[in-house]
Design a protein around this ligand. Sequence first.
Ligand code: AN7
Length: 346
Amino acid sequence: MGIIQKYGELLPITKKTPRITLEEGSTPLVYLDCISKLLDIELWGKLEGSNPTGSFKDRGMVMAVAKAIEEGAKAFICASTGNTSASAAAYAAAAQVPCYVVLPAGKVALGKLSQTLMYGATVIAVKGNFDRAFEMSREAAEKTGYTVVNSVNPYRLWGQRSGAWEVCDVLGKAPDWHAIPVGNAGNISAYWAGYKQYKEIGKIVELPQMMGFQAAGASPLVTGELCPNPETIATAIRIGSPVNAKFAKEAVAQSNGQFNAVTDEEILSAQKLLASKGGIFAEPASCAPLAGLVKLKKEGRLPKGITVVMVLTGNGLKDLATAMSQVGEPITIEDNMKDLLEVMSS
Ligand code: AN7
């Protein structure tokens, strides 16, 4: 069951909204036993890489696309660091509406680029960063009348609220901390709105503290200043001027949360930790929250015994080049048993 089917009563849909779905949402919430013990907390990972296109974007995209079709959209346009474009292209294909995506040239992980091309979107790579690609796509939308499906589209954030609802449905409450990577700052804003909505309708009593994590080289919400030249290996969150900054700041302020930055080194080491001690392969941007929890633990700023949900926003298979640069090559042998047994005994 997709999120429009599952949570239709909580979403701004009408009789005319097409009930499209690629069976997004209902992603696993996995208890991370070994890492919980290491950090002395109760840590859950929300596996958003299990969505149809491998990231959380599908929750919002299904709503944005359904509402756009209801309103007679001619075509979709978005700028993207990769996951938004893959998701937009997939839902556009399913609905048979043309889709244009504008990407920062050379800065999108290959998995995401190949998905987007495979789904049949028109892909335009701009020799500039995401923020510039976003500016250009918004201007192009004004000139063409096409529907922008970036997270400035309010229906995107509506759909992404469903992640918070699922967390509460499984835990029976909100976590103490909600830990999440922050790029364009849509998802943290959506989760906060989702938790607040669940509280208003009496599904939960307490709200979580919202903990946003950015890459140190692209951390405008931590430094308080826009970042004209964002740089990080976590290309999904290589964003210097977050469009939803205002909502994200409100979420953190109202929930008594925090923004923290983590270095690329800390992100890559958290990616390895999550995989080797949790059995979950998430893309680098998704590992910023775990990197942050490890860092806060070291600094004595991680309260003992709290329940933490971290959103593992994208699948590790999206960016194999970065993964391979960390793990090294397999051990290659001749085709004889002696060599195999020798390696296994060493
Ligand atoms: C894996 O695809 O901005 O703070 O254009 O792909 O809501 O932007 C992706 C963002 C975290 C940050 N994790 O979420 C895009 C894009 C992953 C992501 C984020 C993104 P927001």
